[in-house]
Write a protein that binds this ligand. Structure first.
Ligand code: ZN
Length: 56
């Protein structure tokens, strides 16, 4: 489990298979692209829940 984090931030994972670093981003950064602090790879910030595969 994650340590107690302040409301409004969540974790995203670097897509670089050689990095895979988790970083905390703010909810207001959803839909933006941030650069990984470690490898500088662009990380697309999606929704904090992974419910995208849902079909209707
Ligand atoms: Zn990275």
């Amino acid at each position: 489990m994650l340590p107690s984090a302040p409301t409004g931030v969540f974790a995203v994972q670097c897509p670089n298979p050689k990095c895979r670093k988790f970083m905390l981003v703010e909810e207001r950064d959803q839909g933006k692209v941030v650069n990984c602090l470690i490898c500088k790879s662009p990380i697309k910030v999606g929704a904090r829940t992974t419910d995208a595969s849902r079909r209707g």
